[in-house]
Design a protein around this ligand. Structure first.
Ligand code: HEC
Ligand code: HEC
Length: 389
């Protein structure tokens, strides 16, 4: 049902009506799935939900990183920038179930928000990178995102009339790809959530009740806790595969290529995104993904690693039934004993996790780029390192 034609028109209200219908169905079949009779207590290590402290930012590097993040010349075919997939007004994510991929290729994962990403401990939905720099490098060089070669990138930046001066003013010795990754990292450090109702204490009555449910009876806090609302761990929820990945050859190809790059193979007839398993090889990690931060949710739909759900009501419906019907679902998930009012309260709390917009000129590069400039004398990567005459 989640991927039927209907999903695009499903408003929060019809989803909640659906939930009421589902609740009746579930009650009728209650002997099939054990319902939760006693409230779930938070686990001992559930950290309280607090605000996120701003990170220390090197301002000239961040300003340079901003220019780079918005610059389409720094992709292989010269027409795509980071911002094309991570859009400021969409919480630095994209309103599409799965990533568009490069011109020739496809995509197979939802595009995550970059707000607060610099606060994480590992990156990628399977946690494949332990450093943010490595993730940024992958985004520039990978065929399914920017398809850029680091040497060509250095050359393009050196050719621009402004980059060499900006790199030097930011304290970098060279105008090259590695320093560009570092500058983008400083830019991403600027993107920290601010002034969400959950931080300012300006919660509506419904959101306040929702918070109590989130931390108690609904058990969400067991995995979504602390300032990031994430335990930084991996769990299998049993989210169904997105048929658009199976049905479209380019998307399927991108998934297979990702598995291959991690030294694994996906069955070409029924390719499944095994997530963390492709990194750890541990059977319990089959289909497990990193617990995402829940901050900025109102702007970052669709949700889950493959964009399975368009609305927060659909996500809550999924949890209401205790997650998906797949093998090794995390034992922390169980059908929830919530009535309609409580479901709406929970959604109101999820909506209260979104802070101030980060799409003003402070965060967005709107000065454009020079259109015409002379070519470099040594326009050849074997020659750029030669001393200039
Ligand atoms: C074609 C779309 C696309 C483009 C262009 C793109 N990204 Fe991404 N980005 C994604 C997708 C999809 C993911 C999730 C990948 C995964 O988890 O496997 C992602 C993940 C990330 C993450 C990790 C977020 C997290 O919390 O784990 C960072 C950081 C990031 N991108 C930065 C960038 C930067 C910087 C650029 C420009 C160099 C860029 N992206 C360009 C699609 C894109
Ligand atoms: C067992 C740990 C666990 C519990 C308990 C849990 N979650 Fe999650 N949550 C996750 C993981 C892991 C994901 C990502 C799954 C994926 O991408 O396929 C996720 C994803 C989400 C998302 C989508 C976020 C996004 O950006 O795509 C929302 C919203 C969410 N959870 C809300 C809740 C709520 C509300 C509850 C309580 C009813 C809850 N979660 C309980 C682990 C958990």
């Amino acid at each position: 049902m989640m991927f039927s034609a209907m999903r695009h028109s499903l408003s929060a209200i019809t989803a909640v009506t659906l939930l009421a219908f589902a609740a009746a169905t579930l009650a009728a079949e209650s002997d099939k799935s054990p319902r939760l009779s006693t409230p779930l207590a938070p686990t001992v290590n559930s950290a309280p939900i607090t605000y996120l402290p701003p990170l220390k930012v090197d301002a000239p590097k961040a300003e340079l990183g901003k220019r780079i993040f918005f610059d389409p010349r720094l992709s292989g075919e010269g027409r795509r920038a980071c911002v094309d997939c991570h859009r400021p007004e969409q919480g630095y994510s994209l309103a599409s179930d799965i990533s568009p991929g490069s011109v020739a290729g496809g995509g197979f994962r939802n595009i995550p928000s970059l707000i607060n990403t610099a606060h994480k401990r590992h990156w990628g939905m399977d946690g494949r990178h332990e450093s943010l720099t490595a993730m940024i490098e992958e985004m520039f060089t990978s065929a399914y995102t920017m398809g850029m070669d680091p040497l060509l990138m250095s050359e393009r930046m050196n050719q621009d009339p402004d980059y060499p001066r900006l790199f030097s003013e930011a304290g970098f010795a060279n105008t090259d790809a590695a320093n560009a990754y570092a500058a983008v990292e400083d830019y991403l450090k600027m993107l920290t959530s601010k002034n969400a109702p959950v931080d300012t204490g300006m919660l509506s009555e419904a959101a306040r009740r929702g918070k109590t449910l989130f931390e108690g009876k609904a058990g969400c806090i067991r995995c979504h806790h602390g300032a990031m609302l994430s335990d930084g761990d991996f769990h299998a929820l049993g989210v169904a595969e997105n048929p658009r990945i199976m049905d479209q050859a380019a998307n399927r190809q991108a998934l297979m290529a990702h598995a291959a790059a991690l030294g694994r193979s996906a069955d070409p007839d029924t390719p499944q995104d095994l997530g963390r398993y492709w990194i750890s090889g541990a059977p319990e990690d089959m289909g497990a993904f990193a617990t995402p931060s829940l901050r900025e949710l109102s702007k970052t739909g669709p949700y889950m690693h493959n964009g399975a759900f368009d609305t927060l009501a659909e996500v809550v419906e999924f949890y209401y039934f205790g997650g998906g019907n797949r093998g090794n679902r995390d034992p922390l998930l169980r059908p929830l004993d919530l009535d309609l009012q409580e479901i709406n309260d929970l959604i109101a709390f999820l909506d209260a996790l979104t802070g101030r917009d980060l799409s003003s000129g402070r965060y967005v590069w709107d000065a454009g780029y020079p259109a015409e400039y002379p070519t470099l004398r040594y326009w050849d990567h074997r020659a750029v390192s030669k001393p200039q005459p």
